[in-house]
Design a binder for this molecule. Structure first.
Ligand SMILES: Cc1cc2nc3c(=O)[nH]c(=O)nc-3n(C[C@H](O)[C@H](O)[C@H](O)COP(=O)(O)OP(=O)(O)OC[C@H]3O[C@@H](n4cnc5c(N)ncnc54)[C@H](O)[C@@H]3O)c2cc1C
Length: 406
């Protein structure tokens, strides 16, 4: 009989590990708490699934912040090109969007998943659904199934139980208790790619909640003292901000809140014009012209941008063209709280680098490997999340093969 491997977690990381281990000739059984596989992956496909990114590898790997060196072992051998080849092998075409992001041709996750599950079943992977892992030891795992405990034995395990965002889709982070028992070092799970709370005035809330803030640039200083800036758009909400641009700053803002209790973000409302161009455009104000008409006529600026300008700027700083120009380039917004992990796209934290070997085997429980978002890394949206999940699934599978052959 070939040796048996159990993969716990039927998300992208777990299924990738299952595919690779099965291809090596082992019996693979996948267990998952939910009735069906890849629920978060399918949700990712609802808004247009961004599976990886076409930027050069040196820039790509830096998207994993201080974990770039750690993840390089996994991602350098399963990078954006290899990932695309793998998708094409499932009969799904991909394309590169204008931002460099790579998508399946129809932007959906479901056709890819359908073809993938079919291939896995044909290879011999066996699925056990509605099995929630409660405990793990090096040779067996305990599951809860229909309120009854079952024990499953294997020669090796891959844990790929995700982070803790959107827990109703299956990944609720409860695996932490099972691993903490073995003294595995786990960085607490935190919100990533998330919105932030700011106490807006009633006027801003009532008039502009839900308004998109387009064509702006954000900048902030990281807790390490590095200035970061980026153009894009986000949405002003009832109690803060949401959307792609704020998500891209979420690690920096979250770190600031953790360290100082508050985060500061500087918004440039008109990044396409420099200070002197703005001053020139603002140079002629008609007699008795209101501020809103003046700014609309000279800069074509109105709505939420002007409301935000007034929200944070003292009237005396809007008294001359020079002061208005400076204020437009420096709208300082403060955030005091991160959106709850249940509502956000991904989570940071997880099983730490120091707890695993180069091939992601838990040092404290030989034969048990980890992959995907349950490891302690984070990345912005843009396909980097899924790429790291797939790549760590591949690396864990290589580790399993080495372990079972030794
Ligand atoms: C709205 C949304 C949009 C997204 N869009 C994108 C995108 O466009 N591009 C991108 O790169 N990423 C995107 N992501 C992130 C991406 O989906 C995740 O990073 C990825 O799914 C994580 O994969 P994983 O395999 O590590 O974990 P998961 O996909 O979370 O899978 C973990 C699995 O483990 C199971 N499980 C958990 N605990 C247990 C247990 N105790 N016992 C048994 N089974 C358990 C769960 O049921 C689940 O099936 C998005 C996420 C969200 C929420």
């Amino acid at each position: 009989m070939p040796k048996k491997v159990i993969v716990i977690g039927a998300g992208p990381a777990g299924l990738m590990a299952a595919e690779r281990i099965c291809a090596q000739g082992y019996q693979v059984h996948v267990y998952d708490a939910k009735p069906s596989a890849c629920r978060k992956f399918l949700l990712a496909g609802v808004g247009g699934m961004n599976i990886t990114h076409s930027e050069p590898y040196d820039a790509f790997i830096q998207r994993y912040y201080d974990k770039a060196n750690w993840l390089d072992r996994a991602i350098s051998q399963f990078d954006a090109d290899t990932l695309q080849d793998w998708i094409h092998g499932l009969g799904i075409e991909t394309f590169i969007g204008s931002s460099g992001r790579i998508f399946p041709k129809d932007m959906k996750a479901a056709p890819l998943l359908r073809n993938w599950l079919k291939r896995l079943r044909e290879m011999g992977v066996v699925f056990h659904m509605r099995q929630k892992m409660l405990a793990i030891e090096s040779t067996y795992a305990v599951f809860s199934h229909d309120n009854q405990e079952t024990v499953a034995k294997a020669d090796a395990f891959v844990l790929a139980m995700g982070g803790a965002s959107w827990p109703k889709l299956g990944s609720d982070g409860r695996w932490q208790q099972a691993l903490a028992k073995h003294k595995v070092v786990i960085e607490p799970l935190k919100s990533a790619n998330c919105g932030f709370y700011s106490p807006w005035s009633n006027f801003l809330k009532e008039k502009f909640a839900g308004s998109p803030l387009k064509g702006v640039a954000f900048r902030c200083t990281t807790i390490e003292g590095v200035e970061v800036s980026k153009k894009g758009e986000c949405i002003l909400t009832q109690d803060g901000m949401e959307g792609s641009l704020i998500y891209a700053f979420s690690k920096y803002l979250r770190d600031q809140i953790e360290q100082r209790g508050q985060a500061q973000l500087v918004i440039d409302l008109l990044p396409q014009l420099d200070h002197s161009q703005l001053v020139k455009k603002l140079s002629h104000r008609k007699a008795k012209e209101s501020f809103s008409k003046y700014i609309k006529r000279t800069l074509n600026l109105g709505g939420v941008k002007v409301a935000l300008l007034h929200e944070v700027t003292k009237p005396e700083n809007l008294s001359t063209p020079e002061k208005i120009a400076a204020s437009l380039k420096r709208v300082v917004v403060h955030f005091d709280q991160v959106k709850a992990i249940e509502e956000v796209i991904s989570s940071a934290g997880g099983v730490c680098e120091e707890s695993v070997t180069e091939h992601l085997m838990l040092k404290n429980i030989p034969g048990i490997f980890c992959a995907g978002e349950m490891l302690d890394w984070e990345a912005p949206t843009g396909g980097y999340l899924l790429t790291a999940c797939f790549a760590t699934g591949v690396l864990a599978a290589q580790g399993v093969e080495q372990y079972l052959q030794s």
